[in-house]
Design a protein around this ligand. Structure first.
Ligand code: SAM
Length: 290
């Protein structure tokens, strides 16, 4: 799709088409073009490109320009509508599940698709999972559909994400398995989810390390799994993998737990020289800790 966008840009804008990034995200029937950080392409030029895209890809009904990086506590982007239906909601499909999303109000990216199914396949039968930053329910619902958890408690602080998660739970018929909560993850765990979980997901690099005490509090046994998502500067030698593990180790040790095992992988590139890394951590409460 990226190559198609570049070809269309050259056709419609001539040499100036080279300024268009070849990144195109398709979310349901919405296409999102990313505005490059540098370059002086005008919204009108992007509109010409969007009109062409609508003609060439009939499954796309609405085209938007993303004009900011992901920002703010709800991790949303700024958008300008370019062409087609002026509609920002759609049904996004991933791994046989359907998600109603509004791209202007909630975080959503197809670039987490592999990570969603990878984690789902790690979940054992009967496990209780706490997803501290659940968004519209992508990880949680895919886990419920592809594995056999007994519960996936799913928290989000953004009321729009929460409301869409509630709809998505119904849409995918996982009521009673995926349990939605609206609120700050630390508060929800402290008030409702102490000592319930086998596995915790923390897919929010801004808060993963800060909310480690609550992730540990949610675990039921002396042992459990936590998936930490972090942003790190990449280096060619792969030193950042070691750094990621050390960050997690020192954080869990400062809470009186030990890191038994840790596996790391790069989830995606998130900026120039910046990567999102996941640390799959198995942790154990240190002896002598209540
Ligand atoms: C990166 S997105 C989650 C992505 C989602 N898990 C997915 O795979 O599509 C992070 C989410 O954390 C939520 N969030 C931010 N701060 C939070 C907090 N303190 N407690 C709970 N959720 C929070 C945001 O509203 C956002 O939906």
């Amino acid at each position: 799709m990226g190559r198609l966008l570049r070809e269309l840009a050259l056709r419609v804008l001539g040499e100036r088409g080279r300024l268009v990034w070849s990144r195109l995200e398709i979310i349901g029937d919405i296409a999102v073009i990313k505005k490059p950080i540098h370059g002086d392409l005008t919204v009108e030029e992007f509109r010409l490109l969007a009109e062409e895209l609508l003609k060439v890809v009939p499954s796309v009904r609405s085209v938007w320009l993303s004009v900011t990086p992901v920002t703010g506590p709800h991790k949303t982007r700024g958008y300008i509508h370019l062409a087609g239906e002026p509609r920002s909601w759609t049904i996004y499909r991933e791994h046989g599940c359907s998600f109603k999303v509004d791209i202007t109000r909630v975080f959503i990216t197809p670039r987490l698709g592999y990570e969603h199914i990878r984690v789902a396949k790690l979940v054992g039968e009967g496990e209780v999972v706490v997803n501290m930053f659940a968004g519209v329910g992508t990880f949680s619902i895919i886990i419920a559909k592809h594995s056999k958890p007994s519960r996936v408690h799913s928290i989000d602080v953004n009321p729009d994400a929460y409301n869409l998660m509630v709809e998505n739970i119904r849409l995918n018929r996982v009521e009673g398995i995926v349990i939605p909560y609206l609120g700050d993850a630390a508060r929800v765990v402290e008030e409702k989810l102490v000592g319930v979980a086998d596995r915790i997901l923390m897919p929010l690099p801004d808060l993963a390390l800060e909310y480690t005490p609550q992730a540990l509090l949610a675990l039921k046994g002396p042992r459990g799994f936590i998936h930490f998502y972090l942003h790190l500067k990449a280096d060619k030698g792969g030193e950042f993998y070691r750094r990621a593990v050390e960050m997690v180790r020192s954080r869990v040790e400062s809470e009186g737990w030990s890191l038994l095992n840790a596996k790391t992988r790069v989830v995606r590139k998130v900026g120039p020289g910046l990567v999102q890394v996941v640390v799959d951590a198995e942790v154990e409460r240190s002896r002598g800790m209540a």
